[in-house]
Design a protein around this ligand. Structure first.
Ligand SMILES: *Cc1c(COP(=O)(O)O)cnc(C)c1O
Length: 225
């Protein structure tokens, strides 16, 4: 199937859910991104700063670039002028730098807090306690150039659907807790709206469990080389 057909198939599967599709374009060619853009989708996800910056310069300016991979503090400045949403905020240090670079660019940068939900050791992210600590830290209430708009999480890399469901459910419960208790909202810098969860192997499970943003690459373009 063509890129357009794969996208249409996934959009149909997601139609009965609240999840929107972020097309993960990392490692894909400019031609493939142009083909994606031609379908009308504008939410593109990249995990490497340099690659995002290079592609951004070559593609239409209405594309909404999502930073989905681990972000190093010293690279924030390169994406700050244009990034649409940073999914992978996992420390106060990073948030402080995003705030500073957003201020320099006279804008507010929307961010998600990445939560550690997988069993694996290698995934980045905050624990449930760390999120609450971060939002209640006096420093946080000074960061007026960022908006926390939700949470992001990556499930374990496993075929075990029960395990994946358990992990997504834990992210959804944390989100519901933060939203119901309006945690951080009094600062004016927090809105509990988005849950970024689900990739090619598990986007339908994630969408059924309340994801609002699924990040899908290989199910559209085929395996990465
Ligand atoms: C690569 C990547 C994805 C997409 O992975 P696929 O399996 O190709 O859909 C989603 N989220 C993050 C953070 C990624 O790095």
């Amino acid at each position: 199937m063509s890129i357009a057909q794969e996208i249409q198939r996934i959009q149909q599967e997601l139609a009965s859910t609240s999840a929107r599709l972020v097309v993960v374009t990392k490692t894909r060619s400019i031609a493939e991104l142009q083909e994606t853009y031609a379908t009308g989708l504008v939410d593109f996800g990249e995990n490497r700063v340099q690659e995002m910056v290079e592609k951004q310069a070559l593609l239409p300016s209405n594309i909404q670039w999502h930073q989905i991979g681990h972000l190093q503090t010293n690279k924030v400045k390169y994406i700050a002028p244009f990034v649409h949403l940073i999914h992978s905020v996992d420390s106060m240090k990073l948030l402080v730098e995003i705030n500073q670079q957003a201020k320099k660019n006279q804008r507010i940068i929307p961010c998600l807090l990445q939560i550690y939900i997988a069993q694996e050791e290698s995934k980045f992210g905050l624990s449930q306690d760390e999120v609450i600590q971060l939002l209640e830290d006096p420093i946080f209430s000074t960061l007026n150039h960022i908006r926390i708009v939700g949470l992001m999480g990556m499930a374990s890399f496993t075929e075990n659907v029960a395990q994946i469901k358990k992990e997504f459910q834990s992210l959804k419960s944390l989100f519901d807790f933060l939203k119901d208790n309006q945690v951080g909202v009094e600062t004016g810098f927090v809105r509990w709206e988005e849950i970024s969860m689900g990739m090619s192997g598990d986007y339908l499970v994630a969408a059924e469990l309340g994801s609002t943003l699924v990040r899908v690459g290989s199910a559209i373009f085929g395996p990465r080389g």
